[in-house]
Design a protein around this ligand. Sequence first.
Ligand code: SF4
Ligand code: SF4
Length: 365
Amino acid sequence: MTHPRVSIYEADYDRLDRAVEQALDAYAPPIEGRFVLVKPNILGAMAPARAVNTHPSLVRAVVRALERRRAGRIIVGDNSGMRAYGSGDHAARVAGILEAAGPHFVNLAASPLPVQVNSPFARELVFSREVLQADVLVSLPKMKTHVATAVTGAIKNSFGHLVGGEKTRLHREAPGADDFARAVVDVFQVRPPDLVILDAVEAMEGQGPSGGRPRTVGRVLASASAVALDAVMVAMMGLVPRKVPMLRIAEERGLGPADVDGIELDGPFAVLPRFKVPAIGMDLGTLASRIAAYLLVTRPTVRRSKCVRCGSCEKACPVGAIRMTDAGPVIDPVRCILCFCCHEMCRYEAMNLSRRMRILQGRRR
Ligand code: SF4
Ligand code: SF4
């Protein structure tokens, strides 16, 4: 039995062309004359130095490489945020991706297409039409932690195949960590990428996907298997891949290995010392999960000193648990389903999570 292969390249943002060429040589299906969708992670309107979005240098290098290979049509786009039908262009501009993509940028929210899905959480979901039309899908995720799913990588990057409001709806239908992980894999299965190139030059640790801290890793990872690539990324973070629910579920469905022993590794693999991950969102075992739920699961709270009353958290909340007042957002604890979308979408680090959770970050074995 052949194992899926994952390559790890040393890289920095000024020298990405070589790594991208090697990745395409090793893993890309035929490109010439074909319709290629490049899908970076553009979570929101945050500058590249925050390490929230895929770095524009990687987008630029991939677009150049696809042009050299004479792709018939190249488009670059994402569905940013939770209800971001109108803000995709703005997020891409601030992220530097609008400029990096040049004439290839499209707002994926502009062409919705309802699709029947095999999911206990929805019979139909609205995808971006281009995701299903492209001959070749190149996913460019960011190596990040995530307070709801433990990590963001290639599997989670597929959640952006849904147009903005659909992500909110699915969050509402699948509020628990395990159910939400199933829902993410349900979306991923509809159109897995053909090639993944992970931006791990500047990763994010701590309270990702938007409130953590940049961590220099200096790597680009590539694979034709999104699941195998995520497993390697998770192992580099010092985690056991099968304890991340998205990976465990993907493996159970035969979508790829959640164990580095089942992966052919090519390049300098190393576990990053004391990489900070949120304990929340992890599968810690039955008893440990209960204790973790008691100790760790907390409610988001607003840091008034940082809040600029932009209202993004109110728009992101899938259950309407946030009401804007003159003093800022007020959260209804009874309605709140602990999805942390408000934390994810706050650009000002004003939506806080518990101090206890931060203390426990990194104790995951
Ligand atoms: S908590 Fe954040 S997202 Fe919500 S209003 Fe304040 S600054 Fe905006
Ligand atoms: S208040 Fe925040 S954590 Fe609670 S349901 Fe709304 S978005 Fe999710």
